[in-house]
Design a protein around this ligand. Sequence first.
Ligand code: HPA
Ligand code: ZN
Length: 326
Amino acid sequence: MSLSGLIRALPKAELHLHIEGTLTPERMWSLAQRHGITLPYESVDAITDAYQFSDLQSFLDLYYQGADVLRDEQDFYLLMQDYLASCNAQNIVHAEIMFDPQTHTKRGVGFDVFMPGFLKALEEAKQMWGITSTLIMCFLRDLPESDAFDTLAQAEPWYEHITAVGLDSAEVGNPPEKFTDVFAQARARGFKCVAHAGEEGPPEYIVQALDVLHVNRIDHGVKCELAPALMARLRDKQIALTVCPQSNLKLCVIDDMAQHNILRLLDAGLLVTVNADDPSYFDGDLVANFMALERELGMTAAQLRQLVINGFTGSFLPEAVKARHI
Ligand code: HPA
Ligand code: ZN
C-alpha cells in the first residue's frame, strides 16, 4: 500500500483538536443565516480567503469572532457532528476534544446550551461509528485566573463528561504559573491536565507546565528543541507532545514545513503525536497533516506507524483499551 493509502487506512487517535476550530466556513455561513447574523464577509469563499495569519493572535481574533454564530444547542450539536463525520471519513477512532467554555459563557451562552449539544453528537458517533472520545475543558490564558475558577465551578454539573482541563489562547505573557491554583483545584477534583506550551512561548513555559501545573502532556511543545535538558526530560519521562504541523506553518511558528522539527523529535525518542489543532482555519485535517509530513519531510512508513501508535499511547484511554489499539 502507498504511504498515502496507509495514512488514510490506519486507525488513528487525535489528541489536540479545538472543536471551535472545526467550524467550517460553510457551517459558519449557514448558522449566521439561521440566526440573522450579518458576517463581515460577502461569501463562503471570502471567509476562507480571510484565513491568512501572521501569528497566533491574528488567528485568535478571527477564531473568537467566528464562534459568535454558535448560539443554541443545535449549533453545538451540528458543530460536533461535522467533526465526528470527518473523523469517520479519516478513520480517527478516538478523539480527545478541547472546548473553550469562556468563549461562549462571556456571550451569555452557558454550559446548559453547549454541553447537551456536544454530548448528543458524541453519543451518536459512538453508536453509529464506534468512535470513542473524551472532552478537555480549556481555560483562556489571556483572562484572569479568577475567570478560570468561575468556569471550573460552572462546569460542576458536567464533571462526569469531562476528562481533563487545558490551557489555551494567547501564550506569550500568560505563563502557566498564572494558573497554578486553578490547576491544583482541578487536579484535586480528579481531572487530568494538559496545557499549550512552547508553541510561540519559550521552553521555560513547558518546564512550568510540567513542574507547576503538573500536566499529563504538553500541547505543541515544539520549542523544547531549544533546551536540550528539557528534551532529555521529555524523552526519559515519555511525556506526550501533541504537535500540530499545519497549525505551526499557518501561524508562522515555522516559515516552511521542510523546517518542522517533528521527525527530529520523533527520532530523538520523544513521544510526539500528530494533530490538526483547528482544521477549518489551518487548511488541514489530521490526514492532511500526515500527508504534509510525507510530502515535505519524507516521513517513512516506520515513522508514520510510530506516530500513530504514539497517538494512542499519549491518550487518556485506559491502559487495556490502549493495548488493543497498539
Ligand atoms: N494555541 C492557542 N490557543 C488556541 C490554539 C492554539 O494553537 N487553537 C485554538 N486556541
Ligand atoms: Zn491548540
